[in-house]
Design a protein around this ligand. Structure first.
Ligand SMILES: NC(=O)c1ccc[n+]([C@@H]2O[C@H](COP(=O)([O-])OP(=O)(O)OC[C@H]3O[C@@H](n4cnc5c(N)ncnc54)[C@H](OP(=O)(O)O)[C@@H]3O)[C@@H](O)[C@H]2O)c1
Length: 262
């Protein structure tokens, strides 16, 4: 294998503004901020440079840097997925992968908008998702949700472990399937092009855009208390390899934080 093109990983950050350029008007040294840039930001280092018009917002004093850092990419994806669901109040939505960074943010945003949320997670994590206010829980290590008699207006597979084909029987006639993953043989983006041509169930494969808008939405939810990011654990920056090994197991509960001050 060759060397990575970008040797410094990381897209999310929370920290303090050290200095600003002459033309910067929205931020000043000492401001507490959080931000996100999935295009080679390289945030896994002590200092980064980011433009004031990019996805960076001030954070209130009462918000810890850990909470801020856990409210970024997963929540940005979640917001972009759920905003594609029309008429959310009262809709029955199943969230698969409910304890992931995307799923846990998504189900809280869905509850905020008045959806009826069924969360799918491992039995031992039921209490975690119930504490986030969901209406029902299905433990996937006990019951296969695709084989239940329930019907959902939306299946939001936040972890990409199902397929549209498997979920069709639990979707209503006009039901919507949304996945955070491409699916086998890149089927989800293809199905998102084909299924709207018919009159029945549809696949949507939203591509997250407008990160600044997401951050403003997330900040509003943090401030009104409707969103509390799920934090699994924190690692000191020197333990970044352990942190990556843990995340790559695909079993983290919410978000993993790298802390430069630990
Ligand atoms: N997080 C991001 O910012 C981001 C950005 C872009 C793309 N993605 C992609 O989106 C997907 C989700 O990412 P994530 O960070 O939210 O979560 P993740 O860490 O990849 O997923 C963790 C969750 O998946 C659940 N899970 C594992 N196997 C499952 C199964 N068979 N059925 C249902 N749930 C299962 C686990 O829940 P239990 O512990 O309850 O089993 C665990 O909490 C990943 O494929 C990731 O590559 C993530």
């Amino acid at each position: 294998m060759g060397k990575p093109r970008n040797p410094i990983t990381g897209s999310d950050f929370a920290g303090i503004v050290e200095s600003v350029g002459n033309e910067v008007s929205q931020f000043k040294p000492g401001d507490r901020v959080m931000g996100l840039n999935t295009d080679q930001l390289s945030s896994h280092c002590e200092y980064i440079v980011i433009g004031e018009d990019e996805a960076v917002v001030k954070i209130p004093d009462e918000l810890s840097f850990s909470v801020a850092a856990a409210s970024l990419e997963g929540a940005h994806y979640a917001y972009n997925f759920i905003k594609r669901i029309p008429d959310l109040p009262g809709k029955k939505v199943l969230v698969n992968g409910a304890t992931g960074a995307i799923g846990s943010a998504g189900l809280q945003f869905l509850k905020y908008h008045g959806a009826l949320v069924t969360a799918v997670c491992r039995a031992e994590h039921e209490d975690i998702v119930r504490d986030m206010g969901v209406d029902a829980v299905i433990a996937y290590d006990r019951v296969d949700f695709t084989q239940t008699d329930s019907k959902f207006d939306v299946v939001f597979d936040a972890v990409g472990k199902s397929t549209f084909g498997k979920c069709r029987r639990v979707l209503t006639q006009q039901g919507l399937y949304i996945s955070s993953e491409l699916g086998p043989k890149v089927q989800n983006p293809l199905l998102a092009l084909i299924t709207p041509l018919g009159k029945g169930q549809q696949v949507k494969f939203p591509v997250p855009t407008d990160t600044k808008r997401s951050l403003n939405y997330i900040m509003d939810r943090l401030k009104d208390g409707s969103f509390k990011p799920l934090i699994d654990r924190e690692y000191a920056f020197d333990d970044i390899r352990e942190a990556y090994r843990y995340v790559l197991q695909g079993e983290k509960v919410g978000n993993v934080i790298l802390n430069f001050q630990a």
